[in-house]
Design a protein around this ligand. Structure first.
Ligand SMILES: CC(C)(COP(=O)(O)OP(=O)(O)OC[C@H]1O[C@@H](n2cnc3c(N)ncnc32)[C@H](O)[C@@H]1OP(=O)(O)O)[C@@H](O)C(=O)NCCC(=O)NCCS
Length: 154
């Protein structure tokens, strides 16, 4: 298994990125300024994009695992990779997600805690209603995990 950074032609991973963020023009808001990593094991299995939000905050803007390979630890591997890679330079790893039973428990299992809400984010910024797990996403829920310079190896 290798995790490698993608610097060119990031849009070739668009089908995977759209699993986590289904509107392309929302992805365009962070793709260029973000750093993108892919996890490869017999082909690409997962992707993540992180951005520097200032004040020591690194944000996971996109994290997606190919559907047949979800639930096998790849998502957690990318979180731990980011924590290890950026633990010295950033104090907080942050993620914003819909209030969904498919994502919040995953981030909580990976050491994140709920931090704050941005009300009506999905209804204000997306051009169509977004549903996940049968529920419409309305607010953006931000979760945070502290980073340490000695966060374990990926
Ligand atoms: C959400 C997602 C990134 C998780 O990645 P994954 O590889 O499937 O998750 P992992 O196998 O690494 O799971 C890590 C832990 O989270 C837990 N977990 C994952 N999904 C869960 C869920 N829906 N409910 C409860 N626990 C969950 C796992 O049980 C595991 O816990 P454990 O290690 O203590 O056993 C992946 O399912 C995905 O790509 N979903 C579609 C895109 C998406 O919604 N991305 C997030 C946008 S913010």
């Amino acid at each position: 298994m290798v995790i490698r950074e993608i610097r060119e032609d990031k849009k070739r991973y668009l089908p995977l990125l759209l699993l986590a963020d289904e509107q392309e023009d929302m992805i365009d808001r962070y793709l260029d300024r973000g750093r993108m990593y892919v996890l490869e094991e017999d082909g690409t299995k997962a992707v993540c994009v992180v951005t520097d939000e200032g004040d020591g905050i690194l944000e996971i803007k996109n994290l997606a695992v190919e559907p047949p390979y979800q639930g096998r630890g790849y998502g957690r591997r990318l979180i731990e990779f980011a924590a290890q890679q950026y633990g010295g330079a950033f104090s907080t790893l942050q993620v914003g997600t819909g209030d969904s039973p498919l994502t919040i428990p995953f981030y909580e299992a990976c050491g994140f805690s709920r931090s704050y809400l941005v009300s009506n984010f999905f209804t204000d910024h997306y051009d169509h209603p977004i549903f996940e797990g049968g529920k419409q996403l309305i607010d953006m829920v931000y979760l945070r995990r502290e980073l340490h310079s000695d966060d374990g190896p990926a």
